[in-house]
Each structure stands twice: as structure tokens, then as C-alpha cells.
Design a protein around this ligand. Structure first.
Ligand code: NAP
Length: 464
């Protein structure tokens, strides 16, 4: 070994099956979760993780980051992976070997060599001990990540009840700040049947890509045939996952929602995760062919009917995730104006009222089905740069476009709620950035218990 090189090796065992260990460890798109020297990472090549898959990993270096491109050189699932990483200053080769001890125990051997070049090699003697120390801490973190035994998710603090800090948290800065407090999520969703509404665009699309990448079996509810076919093609190309089923339904038309649920029940494919994501803010009042105002139909009635009617095919521990909005904070549940027919129409108020209603429904379902081990949680994505925002809120978009999150960042909490062991223990909560949030910032928006029940009763009138 020359004085330009550094070599490290560690063997450890972990109580986790070999498949989960291998899938999580060798997919460097999540390495930032357990390697404290990395600020972000992503998969940059298309298809299934295999030989030739590339990852872009950003290493922390003082106030700067050093980009490093990793490529999988050998991939013998689930026993061996060799990854080679190259940056301007060094080349690393990581050899990861896994051995099954028993069904729930795996031995992992990690061997790394790093070859430094240029100026960096001159400083190596000074940095060597620190790099080795960091390397072993990283391996310890990986072991903890694979044990996946975190007790609870953080709850937002008192400061979050103040409007300005709260709004700041909706931006990309809020996301980046929150990220530092998260636990790694090594749970596997391979083979889980996940239903997502509104997956052709924005947050729904980002969710579908992430879940397809992780090996889930997806049913995607889409209203447009051309978009549906293009979506399936895109997901297969990007992730190599062929378990993509597209169902067509205009979710604002309640008879179509009912036909779809009937079809899905007949198919008898149990649902592990249901994500009610489809949505839009309508600036003009529009009445559907069924005589229902569109915001109410799409944002509240549709997820209610869809969820209620699919309960018979929920798997044990099924998780339901309802996508709400921070816009609901300004709104008290207005039962008299649910259908937005009589009063002067205000799209933002109609939207906020429905999103408020969806959060209340989530809490009611969580209580009702607690004994069945289903979980119902709602979340809001913060402000994400999606086609929906560009179309519905052009002025808001113009002002905020530089601080908006990416759709992937907006979708992060959905993926976490759908997959993580931590989130599986939580029920009836409202989240932003994997953190439980208060549902009211002002006491004047609080509804009575009677109003909550009345909401459910009113929606139930449309069930049959
Ligand atoms: N982006 C944000 O900052 C933000 C903030 C708070 C909450 N949200 C919520 O996040 C969710 C996703 O929004 P987004 O920003 O990702 O918007 P988006 O890019 O416009 O995506 C909306 C999705 O919903 C689908 N959809 C709309 N109406 C439908 C209908 N009648 N039937 C079937 N599908 C329908 C759209 O399908 P088409 O492609 O066919 O139109 C699209 O796939 C929504 O519930 C939204 O309220 C977003």
C-alpha cells in the first residue's frame, strides 16, 4: 500500500435478513442517511440497481461539497457488491460482502480502499487518522440504520406555532434544515401493493418513481389514457420495475370512483398503502356532470369514497396517507359551504376547507380503525415546484419560485410514511418533513366534535 492510499475493513453482524441488508446498503441513493460525511446522494442512471448503476454522492468538505460519482462494478445479489467512486481528489473502491447467518441475521464485511491524488495526497498523513475514524463511525451508523429500531418521530416545537417560522419551514430551506434530524429509513417495500392517485405529475409522480425504484407493486390512478401509458413507460425505463398497473378514473366523478373501487375489490389484490394525492386548486367554480362542485368532489368527497370503499381489501397494517396542504391552517371547517354552490366562490377557501376536512377525516378514521392495525396519517408537502402550483397560483409561483422545494422533497414524507418502521407506529397524525405538526395555528379554526361527526355523516350520504 503506497503512502497515497488508505485501506479500511470491518466485519459486523446485524439482526436483519440478508435481502433487506443488501438492497439498502448497496443502493447509494440513500447513503446520505447513514454516512455523516455525505450531504446528499442520488441515483443518476436509469433502470434497476445492478452492474453499471451510477450514483452521484456529495461529500462534505468544510463549507464545500466534493461531488463523487460511484458506479457498481460487480453485483452478485445478495452477497457481493463492488462500487467504485471517483472524484477530482480521490478514487475509492468499496467491496461489500454479505453472508446469511440465519433468516434474520446477516454478516457484513466492508472493505474500502481510497487512493488520493494531487494536493490531497500530500496532506494524507495529516488527515489519515480522521478519515479512518470517520470510516468506522459510518459503519457503526450503517449497523444502526439496518437495525431500524428508532423509538419515535420528532414533534414540532413551540416555535412552529408562530406563523413566520412555520411558513419558512414550507420552503426548501425548511426541508434541508429538517433533514438533519431524520433517522435512516432502511425498511423494505419490495412487493408491497401501493395505490397512488394523481401520479402523472408533481408530487404524485415523484412518489411513484421512488416507490417503483424500491420495488413496490404500484396501482396508479390516472384520468388520461395518453398520460397513463407514458407514465408506465417512464417508470419502467427509470426503475426497471415492471409491476406497474394503471387504472383510469376521473376522480372528480364519484360514479367513476365507485366503479373503480368495485373493480379493485373484484381483483382482490390487497392494498398495503393507499395514497390519496390527486388534487388541484380551482380558481373558477365548476360543477361536475354529477352536479357537485369540483373542489369538493376531487379534494374531499373522492378520497372519502375511495378510501371507505377500499377498506375491505386493506392488508393487515395497511397505511393510508392523505395529502393535505398548509393552506388549511387559515380555514375552519365550514360545513354549510362544503359543496361551494351557494356562496360567492373563492377557490383558495374551497381548497383549504376540503384540505381541512381531509385532515379531520384522517383523525376520525385513525380512531375508528385503530383496533384493526390500519394507520391513517395526513401530511402536507410544504411548497413544491409542481405543474399544479404553476397553473393554479401563477403570482405565488413568480414570487416564491426560488425557494420552492423539488417535487421529490415534497414527496419525501409520503415515502417515509408509506415505508418506514418508525411511521408504522404512528396513527392519526399530521406531518411535514417527517415531523408531527399541530393541526391548528389559531384557536378560531378549531371545530367541535359534533362538527367532525357531521362532516363524516354528510360525506357518508354519497357512499352508496
Ligand atoms: N405543490 C405544492 O406545493 C402543494 C402544496 C400543498 C399541497 N399540495 C397537494 O399535493 C397534491 C399533489 O399536487 P401537485 O402539486 O403535485 O399537483 P400537480 O402537479 O398538478 O399534480 C396533480 C395530480 O392530480 C391529478 N388529478 C387532478 N385532477 C384529477 C382528477 N379529476 N382525476 C384524476 N386525477 C386528477 C393530476 O392528473 P393530470 O395530470 O391528469 O392533471 C396530477 O397527476 C395535491 O393534493 C395538492 O393539493 C401540493
Amino acid at each position: 500500500m503506497s503512502n497515497k492510499n488508505l485501506e479500511m475493513e470491518k466485519t459486523f453482524s446485524v439482526e436483519r435478513n440478508i435481502i433487506d441488508c443488501f438492497e439498502y446498503t448497496t443502493n447509494f441513493s440513500t447513503i446520505w442517511e447513514w454516512d455523516q460525511t455525505i450531504s446528499s446522494s442520488q441515483k443518476i442512471s436509469e433502470g434497476k440497481v445492478d452492474v453499471g448503476t451510477k450514483f452521484l454522492v456529495n461529500l462534505k468538505f468544510g463549507f464545500q461539497t466534493i461531488p463523487m460519482e460511484y458506479e457498481i462494478m460487480e453485483y452478485d445479489f445478495p452477497n457481493l457488491a463492488i462500487l467504485k467512486g471517483e472524484s477530482k481528489h480521490f478514487t475509492a473502491v468499496d467491496t461489500i460482502k454479505m453472508t446469511k447467518i440465519d433468516e434474520n441475521q446477516t454478516q457484513i464485511n466492508w472493505h474500502a480502499t481510497i487512493e488520493f491524488s494531487g494536493l490531497m495526497s500530500k496532506f494524507l498523513p495529516l488527515m489519515k487518522n480522521k478519515i479512518i475514524e470517520n470510516g468506522f463511525t459510518t459503519i457503526d451508523n450503517l449497523k444502526i440504520a439496518l437495525q431500524d429500531n428508532y423509538s419515535s418521530s420528532p414533534t414540532s416545537n413551540l416555535l412552529d406555532r408562530l406563523i413566520l417560522p412555520k411558513i419558512w419551514k414550507f420552503s426548501k430551506y425548511g426541508f434541508n434544515n429538517a433533514k438533519d434530524t431524520w433517522h435512516p429509513n432502511s425498511a423494505s417495500i419490495t412487493g408491497k401493493h401501493i395505490v397512488i392517485t394523481g401520479a402523472t405529475s408533481g408530487i404524485g409522480l415523484a412518489t411513484a418513481i421512488e416507490m417503483a425504484q424500491k420495488g413496490a407493486h404500484l396501482t396508479l390512478v390516472v384520468r388520461n389514457k395518453v398520460k397513463g401509458e407514458a407514465l408506465k413507460k417512464e417508470l419502467i425505463e427509470k426503475t426497471g420495475n415492471k409491476n406497474i398497473n394503471i387504472e383510469y378514473c376521473d376522480l372528480a366523478i364519484i360514479s367513476e370512483v365507485k366503479s373503480l373501487t368495485k373493480k379493485m375489490i373484484e381483483q382482490k389484490k390487497n392494498i398495503d398503502v393507499l395514497i390519496n394525492n390527486a388534487g388541484a386548486l380551482f380558481n373558477e367554480r365548476q360543477i361536475t356532470s354529477e352536479g357537485i362542485e369540483q373542489s369538493f368532489a376531487l379534494l374531499l368527497l373522492s378520497p372519502f369514497i375511495f378510501t371507505e370503499r377500499l377498506i375491505p381489501i386493506f392488508s393487515l397494517n395497511c397505511r393510508v396517507i392523505n395529502i393535505s396542504s398548509g393552506g388549511m391552517y387559515s380555514q375552519k371547517l365550514d360545513l354549510k359551504n362544503l359543496n361551494n354552490i351557494s356562496n360567492p366562490y373563492n377557490g383558495s377557501i374551497a381548497y383549504a376547507n376540503c384540505k381541512r376536512g381531509l385532515v379531520i377525516l384522517t383523525e376520525l378514521w385513525a380512531k375508528e380503525y385503530n383496533s384493526k392495525n390500519y394507520t391513517f396519517n395526513s401530511m402536507h408537502p410544504g411548497w413544491a415546484d409542481t405543474p399544479g402550483v404553476v397553473t393554479a397560483l401563477p403570482v405565488f409561483y413568480k414570487i416564491t419560485k426560488h425557494i420552492l422545494r423539488t417535487p421529490e422533497e415534497g414527496a419525501d414524507t409520503i415515502n417515509w410514511l408509506a415505508s418506514s418502521t418508525e411511521a408504522g407506529k404512528l396513527n392519526g397524525q399530521f406531518f411535514l418533513d417527517r415531523t408531527i405538526q399541530t393541526t391548528h395555528l389559531f384557536s378560531k379554526t378549531k371545530e367541535s366534535e359534533a362538527a367532525r361527526q357531521e362532516l363524516k355523516n354528510k360525506l357518508s350520504e354519497y357512499l352508496e
